[in-house]
Design a binder for this molecule. Structure first.
Ligand code: BES
Ligand code: MN
Ligand code: ZN
Length: 504
């Protein structure tokens, strides 16, 4: 889908050619003498339309308006959230039509700042996405182009560009997360990362079983040993900052399929465990967005990718393995494999002397029970880091909620047979998982995002959400030092190779 930002007056809006004109209406006091404003004011007065977020009124070939269809969309108080609801409702209403070109008007919003513009663009792109990779015929994509109409171009441009960059990342994340496990093996995931390595300021290195063995990643290797698919350890680097500047490290859980291993999962809904590389997909998508946005900072992405399978060679409950950190782990449940691949990635992260490390993982069913699909679980022993991540979640409408890490939660991980066990009891399962990871994250500021409830939707709307890419992108952009931001403005245009930046 292509996006364009266009400065318009109410009169010009009515004269624009398009298949559908979506007009966001915030508040019930509509003024203006142009045909769209008059229509809105009359409809509100007659009680046929209200500006409550999500309310719609549609018209066909309305007099004085060039657009074939007009959709008045209530945008409530004009907040980010209301704008998202409004665009979602309008796009859903257009889904069954033949609309190719949409004009989305933000002219009537009280403060169409960067976050509002972004909410509108992201909601459009979201509605326009359809998965088709493993269909015999590609899904017919009718909607081609969205023009966002604003009154002042300069004020909206930064938010718009940011949104379009973010959308590219979101689409990549959704695409890879949605792919079935036989179309998204560790090898294929690594190839996708390699492709990203061609983008400006990005480098990608892929380690295989030999290199990983040499590093001593005994815990990661233990998970992979039950699968015919060879593991991959993917290292992405985005170098936007000064060479000496400490990077932020993102670690994504890349279990391309989680059967549970010998501690095998029940059959019902096991297919959804293709999404167990949602953390990895979010790291790939975040790097895709970084390549677009070119912020002045250094970021490292680490993805331990493998399958968790039952097999004659698979790990068994009770097996003890030695992690890269030297700590031994008793694997009491082979289905608690995410922490086993992440712990070695955390140890590997030490070599970057990172400013902060954030791991992202579809880690526990317990987190789904605790927070559902609304907020991701946020765990951190570092208050400043936790606050930055929570703030990024709020500003991007990609919410998370901080969970506790009291030491008592680690009691259940004690065992007679190794330094630590990989599971505790059922109680507080999301927290005990985080406590396990924390043992490997002592050398840097660390946070963990459990996205088990938020990375995908089940049921009729089954599909990847792209979360927490919006959160991660906002978090990273907030890490750019103000002084460096000036440098960014001068280098971004050079290194982005004059690629068209307004297409998504
Ligand atoms: N990938 C799963 C977590 C998961 C389960 C995410 C369901 C989303 C929906 C993870 O590897 C896992 O199996 N965790 C176990 C841990 C348990 C054995 C301590 C779980 O949550 O049941
Ligand atoms: Mn598992
Ligand atoms: Zn898993």
């Amino acid at each position: 889908m292509d996006f364009e930002l266009k400065p318009l007056t109410p009169a010009r809006l009515c004269a624009e050619k398009c298949d559908a004109l979506i007009v966001l209406v915030a508040g019930d006091a509509v003024t203006g003498s142009d045909p769209v404003s008059v229509m809105a004011a009359m409809a509100i007065k007659a009680g046929d339309f209200e500006s409550k977020a999500g309310k719609l009124l549609s018209a066909y070939r309305a007099p004085g308006i060039t657009a074939t269809r007009v959709l008045l969309a209530g945008a409530g108080d004009g907040s980010q959230k209301s704008v998202r609801t409004a665009v979602q409702a309008a796009m859903a209403a257009l889904k069954t039509t033949n609309v190719r070109r949409v004009l989305l008007s933000l002219l009537a919003l009280p403060t169409p700042g960067p976050q509002i513009v972004r909410a509108a663009v992201v909601a459009c792109a979201d509605a326009g996405y359809t998965y088709s990779t493993t269909k015999s015929k590609p899904a017919e994509q009718k909607l081609q182009r969205v023009v966002v109409g604003v009154s002042a171009l300069a004020a909206s441009k930064p938010g718009f560009d940011k949104a379009v960059g973010l959308c590219k990342g979101l689409a990549l994340t959704r695409e890879w997360a949605n792919r079935p496990a036989n179309h998204a093996t560790p090898t294929l995931l690594a190839q996708a990362a390699k492709e990203l390595g061609k983008l400006p300021r990005l480098r990608v290195e892929v380690l295989g079983p030999k290199e990983v063995a040499k590093l001593g990643m005994g815990s990661f290797m233990a998970v992979a040993q039950g699968s015919e698919q060879p593991l991959r350890f993917i290292v992405l680097r985005y170098d936007g900052g000064a060479k000496a500047e400490a990077p932020v490290v993102l670690i994504g859980k890349g279990i391309t399929f989680d059967t549970g291993g010998i501690s095998i999962k029940p059959a019902a809904e096991m297919d959804e465990m293709k999404y167990d590389m949602g953390g990895a997909a979010s790291v790939l998508g975040t790097f895709r967005a970084l390549a677009e946005l070119q912020p002045a900072l250094n970021v490292v992405g680490l993805i331990p990718a493998c399958e968790n399978m039952p097999d004659g060679r698979a790990i068994k409950p009770g097996d003890v393995v030695t992690s890269m950190s030297g700590q031994t782990i008793e694997i009491l449940n082979t289905d608690a494999e995410g922490r086993l691949v992440l712990c070695d990635a955390l140890t590997y992260a030490e070599r970057f002397k990172p400013r902060a490390v954030v791991d992202i993982a579809t880690l526990t069913g317990a987190c789904v029970i605790a927070l559902g699909g609304v907020r991701s679980g946020l765990f951190s022993s570092n208050d400043a880091l936790a606050q930055s991540l929570a703030a990024a979640g709020d500003s991007s409408l990609d919410l998370c909620w901080r969970m506790p890490l009291d030491d008592e939660y680690a009691d259940g991980l004690k065992t007679h047979f190794a330094d630590v066990a990989n599971v505790a009891g059922r109680a507080g399962g999301a927290i005990t998982a985080a406590k396990f990871l924390q043992r490997f994250a002592g050398k840097f500021a660390w946070a963990h995002l459990d996205i088990a409830g938020t990375a995908w939707k089940s049921g009729a709307a089954k599909g990847a959400t792209g979360r927490p890419v919006p959160l991660l992108v906002d978090f990273l952009l907030a890490q750019v030092q103000p002084v460096k931001a000036v440098r960014k403005a001068s280098t971004a245009s050079r290194s982005a190779k004059a690629k068209p930046r307004s297409r998504a």
